[in-house]
Design a protein around this ligand. Structure first.
Ligand code: HEM
Length: 454
């Protein structure tokens, strides 16, 4: 059954059912898992599609159609978690590498690869699991996912500009392999960035349909990194704010508007090739990134209380779409193209000149598109009782220099939405291509790296 799932191409599987899924699985025994371990990871994954359980019964594996049992292959041409149908939950984390040794860094990536390959198939992070290792040693899995379903977990890794060069000095022998486009994002108008929510040498994006499964993944990767990389900051997200597949309904962001209508979708491979994957020979230093992508990260706070006091007419003018259906104000239905030339009886454009969708639409940006994969967030409230909430913007692009920076510059200067949002975190990562079994994440980057000479 799981074998059947694994044989399907990564991106063409139908999305998981909605998240009101049963979280616990009753199918796979501990004994069954450990027995399978001897048969290697592929066999293990095939036998444990339902996640890992701590039980005493001999049981049958969960059915593939049961909510939460879906797994996505970890290995492939591209990393999972990009055009994979967006899951409902996110735990995103960035890490600073704290060792000077290139060998230790590569070993960390090998260890992360092994753990991620297991966890995405619903298995414990380590082969012994949370309760079977030596009694006198910490377990090689933290245990909070015992009994949980795999929940479509994907784990996507990225490399920040500071992995290559920091304070003008090359690191790990990688300085001459830093792609030209992998630079710290510039300051944009009205940015109010918190350095403790920005940047990082490495990033991990864990997405799943169960929040505890996503947190378990990041937590175990942080545990494995001990002594080699330290978590710099992290962000939880809920309620995807986009669709990456035509089979998904368009969700809503915390402003109450449909978001992701015009996103790049997996079912349009030509658009994905043009806008998402880095092509061969994109630049002389970044050949290792071919087949990968760039991930733009922006933590965008909303001034929710101010927004909630705006009339519906103002809210719709700000976005340029109706709140009910998400249709352009110029007419039609959700997926109609907006008519930016259409004028009302007052001879003013119906989609305002400072409306968000006008400023970001590809026709006003030289055809540039991005694959958005963001999430809502609420991180409690401030001492004045205002919600610390907004949109954790994640966008995959082939070239941030043409597909994000000029558009965000324009938004910072003239987007009516800017009155209601504040960018509080920022980062850019190169997302290496996928790997085959036996390789480690980022293998192509390190293949010809010079020995590190501090
Ligand atoms: C809190 C901040 C934001 C909110 C609430 C927001 C909301 C929306 C909404 C409601 C839509 C229309 C539905 C759709 O086509 O997806 C949209 C479209 C879009 N947004 Fe945003 N957005 C935000 C930030 C950004 C940023 C920072 C960028 C990039 C710099 C961006 C780029 C886009 C793009 C490219 C589209 C599709 C436009 C099209 O093809 O018609 N958005 N956004």
């Amino acid at each position: 059954m799981t074998q059947h799932l694994r044989e399907q191409p990564i991106e063409t599987q139908p999305p998981s059912p909605p998240t009101e899924a049963p979280r616990r699985q009753s199918g796979v025994s501990r004994r069954g898992l450990l027995g399978a371990a001897g048969a290697g990871l592929a066999g293990l994954a095939a036998g444990a599609a339902g996640g890992f359980a701590l039980g005493t019964q001999e049981t049958t594996p969960a059915q593939p159609t049961l909510p939460g049992t879906r797994t996505y292959p970890f290995y492939g041409e591209h990393q999972a978690g990009i055009i994979t149908p967006v899951q409902d939950r996110l735990h995103f984390a960035t890490f600073d590498v704290i060792t000077d040794s290139c060998t230790e860094l590569v070993q960390l990536l090998k260890d992360w690869t092994a753990a991620a390959a297991r966890m995405t198939q619903g298995l414990p992070a380590g082969e012994l699991g949370p309760t079977s290792g030596p009694y006198a040693a910490p377990p090689d899995d933290t245990g909070e996912a015992i009994g949980l379903l795999p929940a479509s977990l994907t784990i996507t890794f990225g490399f920040g500009p500071t992995l290559f060069r920091k304070e003008g000095k090359g690191r790990f022998g990688l300085a001459d392999r830093q792609p030209a486009a992998l630079q710290r994002l510039p300051s944009f108008p009205a940015d109010k960035l918190d350095p403790q929510r920005s940047d990082g040498d490495l990033c991990v994006q864990a997405c799943a349909d169960d929040p505890q499964v996503a947190v378990h993944a990041v937590r175990n990767l942080a545990r494995i990194a001990f002594g080699r990389a330290a978590m710099r900051w992290s962000q939880l997200g809920f309620g995807r704010t986009s669709s990456t597949s035509t089979s998904q309904a368009t969700p809503r962001n915390l402003m109450g508007f449909k978001d992701g209508t015009m996103n790049v979708k997996a079912e349009d491979p030509a658009a994905v090739d043009t806008h998402v994957w880095v092509p061969n020979n994109a630049d002389s230093q970044g050949q290792w990134l071919a087949g990968g992508s760039y991930l733009v990260v922006r933590r965008i706070n909303m001034t929710i209380e101010t927004w909630d006091r705006q009339p519906l007419s103002e809210q719709e003018q700000v976005i340029g779409r109706t709140k009910a259906e998400g249709a352009p104000l110029s007419g039609g239905s959700e997926f109609s193209q907006p008519d930016f030339d259409l004028k009302g009886s007052d001879q003013e454009p119906i989609v305002a000149t400072d409306a968000h969708v006008r400023l970001v639409h590809p026709s006003n940006n030289g055809g540039a598109k991005m694959l958005r994969r963001g999430y809502n967030f609420v991180d409690g409230s401030d001492p004045l009782g205002r919600m610390d909430a907004g949109l954790f913007f994640l966008a995959y692009v082939r070239d941030p220099g043409t597909q994000f920076i000029p558009i965000q510059m324009k938004l910072g200067l003239g987007d009516r939405l800017s009155e209601y949002v504040q960018h509080t975190g920022s980062a850019l990562f190169a997302i290496p291509p996928g790997i085959t079994q036996g390789e480690h994440i980022g293998q192509a980057l390190f293949a010809k790296a010079r020995a590190y000479a501090p």
